[in-house]
Ligand binder design. Structure first.
Ligand code: DSN
Length: 409
């Protein structure tokens, strides 16, 4: 990074500090991950210099021949990763998850039509029609919830769908630790004449590896961000059934976005090449194994987990009556352990959440396995329940991190 160092020393310093922070921190934020050196290289490639608007073969700028080939390759590889046939088309340009969802609604719904999605405090996402998201200005959202055991209540979804006749039903969540029954979602959507959008941002890597059931047979549109379990750059991608592809194509560009970010499309393509390797499947299996061990250990230490455990990469601890969730997040951060406070069912406001969300994609990328998960659970217990000094645990955390470097020197 000599060039950055010479031109912008303050920026260089910040990058160095961020490298050290990442290397010395146990990252349990379930939506974060570490990209490979190859994906980092692609993110910094000269494709960042190229303006492209439109689509391969129909651009609003000259000089797009290689950008076009890249975009076509990105779509092909994305389809291979999810084993899709000619009934599916890919839109590789969305900049991130929230604008991608907006484009889907914009393409498929008329103003005022209804979105049926998961309640925010029950694991849903802001961009699924929640009142502070722009989607709520154009469409009205109604929500389904999890039952008292923390599982999605499909009968309730069916009942709401029959009554409210939404135009789109969204499966997928930002904080749900269990298998999602996409087949059931698809059947309900079909019965009431709604589109089924599966937002698989959190679990796309697991789906690609065949560890979580795939939504494709039962959905009209599948959206995923690319930087979570999929371990690509910070971005998103949309898969659409060919009959309705044009509506969504136009909604992304020219509807919502301008020129796409070709260096990020380049990095997504590299990530898809990686996702097609056998090691990727092993990695995804280990994410789930690690999450199960972490969950079991936390239960042994007396923590109350939503739904009583996990089937995927994430865990939600209900801290109500135990410790304030913001305080818990802060105490763990002081020990260089990152887990984020999160709403859980029963919370009155998303600003006062009582849950803590943890996940294993990032620590698994470092090569950590079951034994390390046991250690991490013990540290969480010692900090949050035994009230041991976070600073003391921090040295142990740093030692462990040093044994599992993110980027080998
Ligand atoms: N912010 C992401 C997450 O943490 O789950 C979802 O967009």
């Amino acid at each position: 990074m000599e060039n950055i160092k010479n031109i912008a020393p303050e920026v260089y310093e910040l990058i160095q500090k961020e490298i050290k922070r990442q290397e010395e921190t146990l990252n349990l934020i379930p939506s974060e991950n570490y990209v490979s050196p190859a994906v980092l290289e692609a993110t910094a490639s000269v494709f960042t210099n190229k303006y492209v608007e439109g689509y391969p073969g129909k651009r609003y700028y000259p000089g797009c021949q290689f950008a076009d080939q890249l975009e076509i390759l990105c779509s092909q590889k994305a389809k291979e990763v999810f084993n899709l046939d000619e009934n599916w088309k890919v839109h590789p340009q969305p900049l991130s998850g929230s604008p991608a969802n907006l484009a889907i609604y914009f393409g498929l719904l008329e103003p005022g039509e209804k979105i049926l999605s998961m309640e925010l405090t029950h694991g849903g996402h802001l961009s699924h029609g929640y009142k502070v998201h722009i989607s709520s200005k154009f469409w009205s959202a109604i929500h389904y919830r999890v039952n008292k055991n923390g599982f999605i209540d499909y009968d309730e979804i069916e009942e709401i769908a029959q009554r409210e006749k939404p135009k789109i039903i969204i499966s997928g969540a930002t904080a749900y630790p269990r298998i999602i029954d996409f087949k059931r979602f698809g059947e309900i959507a079909k019965r009431v004449g709604a589109y089924h959008l599966a937002d698989v941002s959190h679990i796309a890597g697991l789906i690609a590896a065949g560890i979580h059931p795939s939504p494709f047979e039962y959905a009209d549109v599948v959206m995923t961000t690319t930087h979570k379990t999929l371990r690509g750059p910070r971005s998103a991608i949309i898969f659409v059934r060919k009959e309705i592809y044009d509506k969504i194509r136009r909604a992304v560009f020219p509807g919502i976005q301008g020129g796409s970010h070709q260096h990020i499309i380049c990095a997504k393509t590299v990530a898809f090449f990686e996702a097609l390797k056998p090691e990727f499947k092993e990695y995804q299996k280990q994410i789930v194994k690690n999450a199960k061990v972490l969950a079991d250990e936390l239960i042994k230490y007396g923590f109350n987990l939503l739904s009583g455990g996990t089937d995927n990469h994430l865990i939600l601890i209900n801290l109500r009556g135990v410790i304030d969730a913001s305080l818990a997040e802060g105490l763990l951060e002081k020990a260089n352990i990152l887990a984020n406070r999160n709403s859980v069912p029963g919370d009155e406001s998303p600003f006062k959440p009582t849950g803590l969300r943890l996940g294993t994609p990032a620590v698994t990328s470092r090569g950590m396995k079951e034994n390390e998960m046991k250690l991490i659970a013990q540290w969480i217990y010692r900090i949050l329940i035994k009230k041991e000094d976070s600073e003391e645990i921090k040295y142990k955390v740093i030692d462990l991190c040093k044994k599992f470097p993110i980027y080998k020197k």
